[in-house]
Design a protein around this ligand. Structure first.
Ligand code: UDX
Length: 842
């Protein structure tokens, strides 16, 4: 989460990574200029007060809608008036303050040192001069028919038969016993240092024999389009006695529609009807979790624990083992703490700032003082909570001031789910149920994951964990001996091999006849999706490909149905265009064609540099964390923010002198004009280095064939021709007037400043003024095209930059000389049993 939350890594690693992530905070929009005054005119309303906080003013200037500005202003004024946050709260954790000095040991008979069983913990209470020792004793040794006795002693450590005090004076729950030490069970998560309200943090590994097995409510919070991975996850988690409640981000109608189909088949799978736009780090994420938990409590379903998971989680132990574990720990709450100095955590996490969520953004509006009298705690937002605790947090009583105040506090907190449950647990009568383990291993690689990549969503620099790839296998393997049951993150579009390895480790090898085990399909467009500006470009190119494919198959295309990415053994094989069409006979059919995007590259022969240049490509959506451009289909258009990326292969020749290159990348538009340039510095290295470079264009850019040229002082090293496709749609509608078309396709501006002096040696790479003049006329005319002429223009261009590879027909008995899609391994209609949830019904 926040740039500060160092979760799920061991301390040594964590410290190293923090160093790497520290500078990230410098990028906060701290230095926004403060105007003399915000006028009612600017805002569209008169705020209740003269807003002072610089950050609130900045937020008000940036927020798009009036509703949002009003909301921000209202909260900023309430805070300014001092009537928003509680100043002092009272913890209701009954234990008071203890100097936790916990040790774990076996309880042995004093005389013969015979093991009596169980463990003991000791701690010193601030309000008692004695060391208080808690014993978990088992009536009779060895451990059979476990029924733990419980005694509380004060005075000595280790405990002899001393003065016996009432339970309440120790206030520590006895929940398990210790294996590694006492030979029976094992313990974990012992607090060893620091001043904290002490709670025993031992978790048992095996349930007492005959104990009732718990039922789990899996709360899946889902975003994106990775339907098949969600199915695969459900397959791994499914059992009829558990329940599955799914929240899909309100903006993801594809996944919502598709997952809704599960309700018909499974009585224990349901989708939340009340949906939120759960932006990254947003307050809505907590609102949504609480709402879903409330729904779960209201349902007729029986469950003892809620576990939240996302589309990128996957189990690392079997469901049986998870149930065993939780059955042994009924009533406890599993959350992961930050494991560092609290004040540092608070600062890095932005807990001492107020945030307001609106217009799908988290606005930072100023500093705040956290209420005194409570212990603020946090870490990971992946949790396993017991039913009683869930009931407590979701149904706050009016008179429960503490919980009411915390709910309010966390409604205005960045990444609220990373601290809310922890803090409530620490400060209420549920404090003794806290276990510092969220059951997850998280693949943090802060150097890569903390690139301030959510700046457009939150006024803060956030971090995300990396996707697992086969190189991370040791980290997954290491979960075996620990009470860890899930890992994150997994994204099959980045790597599916590691999921296969994981499943085979958990459930045994797949058979060699297993169908399409190495295929992965992920939707990129669906005709039932809500159309609008966001998919105008994809439809423009998709329609064109449908026309080209239809022409090839001698059918009349009717409607573009779906576009689907297809990968095999983690290699991108292109995307699949599914469409309906009419045959000359009048018969309607559906077809699918595999298409590969192509960019035309040339490398200088003999240049040492060029020989080591790989994956030189232009795309958009470069993901710095996974080091890959997410626009796999290379569908680029007039509004695209183009990015060049390439791999510079590591040198295997250790004897050779190391070279570094200062190169220039020229971005040349279809008129042969320079639109932008990047200075690239490429260092020699023994390992592959992935670099990328962005452009600063004024949009819309000219559609047509562009060239990126990589030049040195005297020579050209590489060049790449790529397509910026013209648009056929605007705001979800086909472009009908030439004025509308011109707005999208008539971009002829130049991004470079007027006074920019073009270096002479670059001119040979550009067109002359005369050449430009002729091309400009053509571009102006093209920019106005609509209807059939527009389609013809697009089709000629698309035909050059997308290759039609193979086609299939969906329906049997059409006499078309094409294979059936269900028999074509690449087709989105090919069998995919690893993601087939229907198999669960058999
Ligand atoms: C990391 C941490 O693992 C997480 O604890 C913290 O909340 C954010 O940082 P990260 O990989 O960055 O997670 O977030 P991601 O898994 O993409 O999203 C978190 C949750 O929010 C998921 O359940 C996801 O489905 C949901 N989400 C995210 C949405 O619903 N909509 C979005 O736009 C983004």
């Amino acid at each position: 989460g926040g740039s500060g939350s160092g979760l799920d890594v061991d301390l040594a690693q964590r410290n190293q990574r923090d160093v790497a992530s520290d500078p990230v905070r410098a990028e906060l929009p701290e230095s926004l200029p403060r105007p003399a005054r915000l006028t009612a005119n600017q805002l569209g309303f008169q705020p209740e007060c003269d807003i002072q906080a610089k950050e609130a003013i900045s937020a008000l200037q940036r927020a798009k809608t009036k509703d949002c500005r009003q909301h921000i202003a209202h909260i900023a004024c309430s805070i300014q008036a001092g009537r928003f946050y509680a100043i002092q709260l009272k913890s209701s954790c009954p234990s008071g303050n203890h100097t936790a000095n916990v040790s774990l040991g076996c309880y042995r008979d004093e005389k013969d040192r015979r093991l009596l069983g169980g463990y003991y913990t000791s701690f010193k209470s601030s309000n008692s001069p004695n060391v208080c020792v808690e014993l978990c004793l088992q009536s009779g040794y060895p451990y059979a028919g476990v029924q733990y006795g419980r005694e509380c002693f004060c005075g000595f450590d280790p405990p002899p038969k001393a003065a016996k005090l009432p339970d309440s004076s120790c206030n520590i729950k006895c929940l398990g016993n210790a294996k590694e030490i006492c030979g029976g069970f094992y313990a974990m998560n012992i607090y060893e240092t620091g001043i904290s309200k002490f709670t025993a943090q031992l978790a048992a590994s095996t349930p007492p024999t005959g104990a009732k097995r718990v039922r789990i409510a899996f709360l899946l919070t889902i975003n994106g389009r990775a339907l098949r991975q969600v199915h695969r996850l459900l397959k791994a988690l499914y059992a009829p006695e558990h329940v599955y409640y799914i929240h899909v981000d309100a903006r993801q109608d594809y996944l919502y529609r598709k997952l809704l189909e599960l309700e018909q088949k499974f009585p224990n799978i349901r989708l939340a009807r009340k949906r939120f736009s759960t932006i990254w780090g947003g307050a809505s994420l907590l609102t949504m979790l609480l709402q879903c938990m409330q729904d779960l409590l209201k349902s007729k379903w029986q469950w003892d624990f809620v576990i939240n998971l996302s589309e990128s989680d996957f189990p690392v132990k079997t469901l049986d083992k998870l149930v065993d574990f939780l059955s042994a720990n009924r009533g406890r709450n599993f959350v992961k703490g930050h494991g560092r100095e609290t004040q540092k955590f608070i600062q890095k996490q932005g807990l001492d700032r107020t945030f307001v969520e609106c217009d799908t953004h988290m606005w930072r509006i100023g500093d705040r003082r956290l209420p005194a009298g409570i212990q603020v705690d946090g870490g990971s937002d992946w949790v396993a909570l017991s039913r009683p605790f869930v009931a407590y947090v979701t149904h706050p009583k009016q008179e429960d001031e503490l919980l009411q105040a915390l709910l309010k506090l966390f409604r205005h907190t960045l990444l609220p789910a990373e601290s809310f449950f922890h803090t409530v647990l620490r400060n209420t009568h549920h404090c003794h149920t806290y276990v510092d383990n969220n059951l997850h291993v998280t693949n943090w690689k802060r150097k890569q994951g903390c690139k301030c990549q959510y700046k457009h969503v939150v006024d803060w620099c956030g971090c995300s964990p990396n996707d697992f790839v086969p190189d991370d296998w040791p980290r997954l393997l290491a979960t075996e001996q620990k009470s860890l049951f899930f890992a994150r993150k997994f994204e099959p579009i980045i790597n599916q091999a590691v999921l296969l390895q994981l499943e085979e480790w958990l459930y045994g090898p797949y058979t060699s006849e297993y169908l399409n085990l190495h295929g992965y399909w992920q939707s990129l467009y669906h005709h039932e999706d809500m159309h609008g500006a966001a998919d105008d470009l994809t439809r423009s190119v998709g329609d064109s490909l449908m026309r080209l494919a239809g022409h090839q198959a001698r059918v009349d295309p009717l409607e573009l149905l779906e576009l689907t990415h297809y990968l095999h053994r983690d290699q991108y094989k292109g995307f699949l265009v599914r469409y309906s069409a009419r045959r000359a006979t009048g018969q309607d059919v559906q077809l699918e064609t595999r298409v590969r995007p192509v960019q035309h590259g040339k490398l200088a022969r003999n240049a040492r540099f060029s020989k080591r240049l790989r994956n030189f490509e232009v795309s958009t959506d470069f993901d710095q964390k996974e080091q890959v451009a997410r626009n796999f289909a290379k569908i680029l258009g007039p509004q695209s923010d183009l990015v060049i990326s390439y791999t510079y292969q590591g040198s295997t020749d250790s004897g050779a002198a190391s070279h570094s290159y200062n190169l220039t990348l020229l971005w040349i538009d279809p008129l042969g004009r320079l639109q932008d340039f990047n200075e690239l510095h490429v260092e020699d290295s023994s390992t592959d280095v992935i670099n990328h470079s962005r452009t600063l264009f004024s949009h819309p850019i000219t559609p047509g064939v562009w060239t990126a040229k990589l030049i040195g002082r005297n020579s050209i090293y590489a060049q790449l021709r790529f397509l910026v496709a013209p648009m056929a749609y605007g705001n979800g509608e086909p472009l009908e007037s030439s004025a509308e078309a011109e707005k999208r396709n008539g971009g002829l501006g130049i991004a470079l400043p007027d006074d920019f002096e073009l270096p002479v040696e670059w001119q040979q790479h550009l067109h002359t003024d005369d050449e430009q003049f002729l091309l400009r006329e053509e571009a102006v005319a093209n920019g106005k095209l609509t209807g059939q002429p527009l389609h013809n223009w697009i089709d000629v261009l698309v035909g050059k930059f997308f290759q039609l590879r193979e086609s299939c027909v969906v329906d049997a008995g059409t006499e078309l000389s094409l294979p059936l899609c269900s028999d074509s391994a690449w087709s989105s209609l090919a069998a995919d049993p690893k993601s087939d949830v229907d198999a669960l019904l058999k």
